[in-house]
Design a protein around this ligand. Structure first.
Ligand code: ARG
Length: 463
């Protein structure tokens, strides 16, 4: 590398050029240019503040703001020359500004450091991404509520241990997914509070001797407040870790939903159909229609969990304040954001398109002795202790297995072999509709409760 390419921004102290490989190895511009918009936004606010503080003249401020606007346009038009020699997004943009407006460009960095600059950029960037992700989460949640309302009375088997347990409504099952996402969105919004704090003003680590107005920059950038300690401001990436943690949880939830969709679209379950546009075929087996979207989302949990561990490990044992280690925060964070946004988008598109096979679901519930608990509860209402009624119903089920008959298919006299407390009214509780409607309390599976929960969900979504 020629000396001319030597980084002008710190060249003063150096007597030889950076080794060519070291330059490549330490550069981050290949990925952190993704934050160019936030870098410019932060610099423009910083320049405005410096002018108000009397550190820059208004003319200098205007030249800087205008120059940065032009640079943004150059980048967006694909005309900007990114240079690895200039290491990162910050120095690329600053060097270009000086090219354009001369010595005034060199004044932009007064009272700040790349350490508080990069921490600010990441927070601004993540804040923007959180807004988009929040929108996709909300779209998915709305889709779940709409589907749950439509399927409030659709009956399916509920499972424990993946064995048929009790009948539930499909709407109720969908609302369980909704609850998971509701908590994920709460976590996202809670994380945003800690993302939305401004490091700028911390400078390299100790603050700056210029009469800066941090509150003013904070206001210009829409932060909720400043980071209160300069050492902490430039060093901690806990907000990014927190984001990855909530992402890991959210994608874990999506993987659980995915797993159920994969099972339910199989020929063995056949509970739902996924429209062709969310599936692919096999190049060899003509009959195949594979649920690729849920499978892929299920697989994405691995990389997202990896990013969480990467960032935790990156942060572990780092002494105060800024260390170059922190440059490694960006790629995991970017990929966590992209992965979460992609998974949510795919799901928000796909969920409203699910087509339940209502008869198949109902038949599966009917066949699996799903109303056995209802019979036990019936006997309790007739005065039998629950443990005894459990034993009685167990014997009736064994008889049913033997005879290949569900409880509701047995005659009254057949049922009365197990208890003389059983009367004609037993058939009301053995029906699937009777079973789900009887669980009529908040959080229960009754169709009326599903509708009420959908109404509450719509309120929660608006909030
Ligand atoms: N590219 C760096 C990063 O991503 C910017 C801050 C560099 N600061 C420094 N003192 N080397 O963290």
């Amino acid at each position: 590398m020629s000396d001319q390419q030597q980084n002008q921004l710190w060249g003063g102290r150096f007597s030889e050029s950076t080794d060519a490989f070291v330059q490549e190895f330490t550069a981050s511009v290949g990925f952190d240019r993704r934050m160019y918009r936030q870098d410019i936004q932060g610099s423009q606010a910083h320049a405005s503040m410096l002018a108000e503080a009397g550190v820059l003249t208004n003319d200098e401020r205007d030249a800087i703001i205008q120059g940065l606007d032009e640079i943004r346009a150059e980048i967006e038009a694909g005309q900007f020359q990114w240079s690895v020699a200039l290491e990162d997004v910050h120095m690329n943009i600053e060097a270009r500004l000086t090219d354009k407006i001369g010595i005034t460009g060199k004044k932009l960095h007064t009272g700040r450091s790349r350490n508080d600059q990069v921490a600010t950029d990441i927070r601004l960037w993540l804040r923007d991404e959180i807004a988009l992700i929040d929108g996709e989460m909300t779209r998915l949640m709305t889709g779940l509520l709409d589907l749950a309302e439509r399927e409030a009375a659709t009956i399916m088997p509920g499972f424990t241990h993946l064995q048929t347990a009790q009948p539930v409504t499909f709407g109720h099952h969908l609302l369980a997914w909704f609850e998971m996402l509701k908590r994920d969105r709460e976590r996202l919004r809670d994380c945003r509070k800690r993302v939305n704090r401004m490091p700028l003003g911390a400078a390299a680590l100790a603050g700056t001797t210029y009469p800066i107005l941090r509150e003013r920059t904070c206001e210009l950038l829409g932060f909720d407040g400043v980071c209160e300690n300069s050492l902490d401001a430039v060093s901690d990436r806990d907000f990014a870790i927190e984001f990855c943690a909530l992402t890991a949880l959210c994608v874990t939830h999506l993987s659980r939903i995915s797993e159920e969709l994969v099972l339910w679209t199989s020929a063995q379950f056949n509970f739902i159909d996924l429209p062709d546009r969310f599936c692919t075929g096999s190049s060899i087996m003509p009959q195949k229609k594979n649920p690729d979207v849920p499978e892929l989302v299920r697989g994405k949990t691995g990389r997202v969990n990896g990013h969480l561990i990467a960032l935790l490990t990156l942060m572990k044992s780092q002494p105060l304040a800024y260390n170059k280690d922190n440059q490694e925060d960006k790629e995991p964070l970017y990929d966590a954001v992209d992965t979460l946004a992609g998974c949510l988008r795919a799901f928000a598109d796909m969920i409203p398109a699910l087509e339940p096979n209502r008869e198949v679901m109902r038949e599966a519930a009917r066949r699996g002795f799903a109303t056995a608990t209802d019979l036990a509860d019936y006997l309790v209402r007739k005065g039998i202790a629950f443990r005894d009624s459990h034993e009685i119903v167990g014997k009736a089920v064994a008889h049913g297995v033997d005879q290949k008959k569900d409880l509701s298919e047995m005659s009254l006299s057949e049922l009365r072999q197990f208890s003389d407390q059983i009367d004609e009214d037993v058939f009301e509780v053995l029906t699937l509709e009777g079973s789900v409607s009887a669980r009529n309390h908040i959080g229960g599976t009754a169709p009326d409760q599903v509708r009420a929960a959908v109404a509450r969900g719509r309120e929660a979504i608006g909030g």
